[in-house]
Write a new protein. Structure first.
Length: 63
């Protein structure tokens, strides 16, 4: 599932709202071990564009 969500996020990365929506879905669907890998991948690949969105979604996860 992790690779599936990486593919989806890469495909929707042209639009911030779509990226955030799909990131939310990914976070809800993945197991804890996969979440850290997804987080690292998101920051490495899209942190320069969507850092605040990534921050927001992973902070919400912690609450």
């Amino acid at each position: 599932m992790l690779e599936y969500f990486k593919t989806i996020l890469a495909k929707v990365s042209f639009d911030g709202r779509l990226f955030e929506k799909e990131l939310r879905k990914a976070i809800k669907s993945l197991i804890e071990d996969e979440l850290q890998e997804l987080k690292n991948w998101c920051y490495a690949k899209f942190g320069h564009i969507y850092g605040p969105i990534i921050d927001k979604q992973f902070v919400l996860l912690q609450h």
